[in-house]
Design a protein. Structure first.
Length: 151
């Protein structure tokens, strides 16, 4: 399944993958080596912990490689009107103003106002321009967002 991602998001994934393959692998290997030097591995908590970290790291490496392989970079097309991937959408609702950046699902970080293009809010904003109002169904009911600007 192809997942859409921004150029910045792909760069971050590649940086994390490289860090895990180099720095983190070496740190874990060193911890395993030091734990082995302590002798009896059957009762060695440091060894068990290091092996657990190694398994987690290798799993994450595999996951990152799969995500990168199945990702398609989507760049902002300034010739198109309306909100799209990488757009910063400023909205007004319930008397408050907020800015959201539309990103791929792997990059979503709602706490930092990065919303997925697949989320209800992201889907609602896609293709809309400044001045448009969009209705989004939430667990608390329908909320109307007035789009102030799209960059």
């Amino acid at each position: 399944m192809v997942r859409f991602i921004t150029k910045e998001g792909l760069k971050k994934l590649n940086e994390e993958l490289e860090d895990r393959k180099t720095r983190l692998r070496q740190e874990i290997a060193q911890a395993i080596k030091e734990a082995k030097e302590q002798g009896d591995l059957s009762e060695n908590a440091e060894y068990a912990e290091a092996k657990s970290q190694q398994n987690e790291n290798e799993s994450k490496i595999g996951e990152l490689e799969m995500v990168i392989k199945n990702s398609q970079v989507v760049e902002r097309d300034d010739s198109q009107k309306g909100a799209q991937m990488s757009s910063v959408v400023k909205v007004k609702f319930n008397g408050s103003e907020m800015e959201f950046t539309i990103v791929g699902s792997n990059e979503a970080d709602p706490a930092n106002f990065k919303i997925s293009n697949e989320s209800p809010l992201g889907k609602a904003f896609m293709g809309h321009n400044a001045g448009d109002s969009v209705d989004v169904t939430t667990p608390k009911g329908v909320i109307t967002y007035k789009i102030i600007s799209v960059k």
